[in-house]
Ligand binder design. Structure first.
Ligand code: DX5
Ligand code: ZN
Length: 216
């Protein structure tokens, strides 16, 4: 199974974003994870549509947009206009789940649904045949640099049993070279890493994580 690394820009140096994304791309990352926070669904505020639109010009990486915003159906179209290739919204953030999926898919983009640590995997089961990716948070959403929660791995396993091998199962939070094999062995194939990529030597960090996954 191919393992994709999606570095989370949240941990990058925001003063030199263009240089930082060029470096992760050259080092071999295929996706770029873009964490959008509204100060309501999560207490933190990160960045939004204009930043994504500006970065789109500088890279061909897959823009993997993780919306941590309430009522995401209000903004999905605009994130797609800005350059999102995958749009992931939180199941806890809206009652209009089918509407969100339809907006994304009608624009020919890939749809993902995220579950926070307190949400069971079962919440996603009714949607698995309508989406491209399930995102299992391995920390509470809102901040980078938190501690990985291994107890989330059973949710990844339960999801993997219900989908085929091409379906994307993403894990996000507290992951780096030292612990990446645990969620991968559980069935994850898209790995988000923020601090573990942008803290220190970016090229070495990306290669280290990808080489670790290639050992499998
Ligand atoms: C948390 C975000 C994550 C975060 C991961 O709300 O969804 O993508 O940036 O950062 P690390 O890898 O540092 O835990
Ligand atoms: Zn994220």
């Amino acid at each position: 199974m191919e393992i994709i690394l999606s570095p989370s820009l949240l941990a990058a140096d925001f003063g030199i974003l263009k240089e930082q994304i060029t470096e992760v791309e050259k080092a071999g990352a295929k996706y770029l994870h873009l964490d959008v926070m509204d100060g309501i669904f999560v207490s933190n505020i990160s960045f939004g549509i204009p930043v994504i639109e500006a970065l789109r010009k500088y890279t061909n990486m897959v823009f993997d947009v993780h919306l941590m915003i309430t009522e995401p159906q209000r903004y999905i179209e605009r994130f797609i206009d800005a350059g999102a290739d995958i749009v992931t919204f939180h199941i806890e953030a809206t009652d209009k789940i089918d509407e969100c999926i339809n907006i994304i898919r009608n624009r020919g983009k890939r749809a993902g649904i995220a579950i926070s640590p307190n949400t069971p995997a079962e919440a996603l089961y009714p949607y698995l045949d309508k989406i491209d990716m399930a995102l299992c948070m391995t920390v509470e959403p809102g901040y980078g640099g938190q501690k990985y929660m291994p107890e989330m791995e059973s949710k990844v396993t339960a999801l993997r049993e219900r989908v085929d091998k091409d379906f994307l199962i993403q894990v996000d939070g507290g992951i780096g070279e030292a612990n990446v094999l645990a969620p991968v062995n559980a069935g994850a194939n898209v790995i988000v890493a923020g601090t573990a990529v942008f803290g220190g030597n970016i090229t070495e960090n990306v290669k280290g994580i990808l080489e670790k996954c290639a050992q499998l």
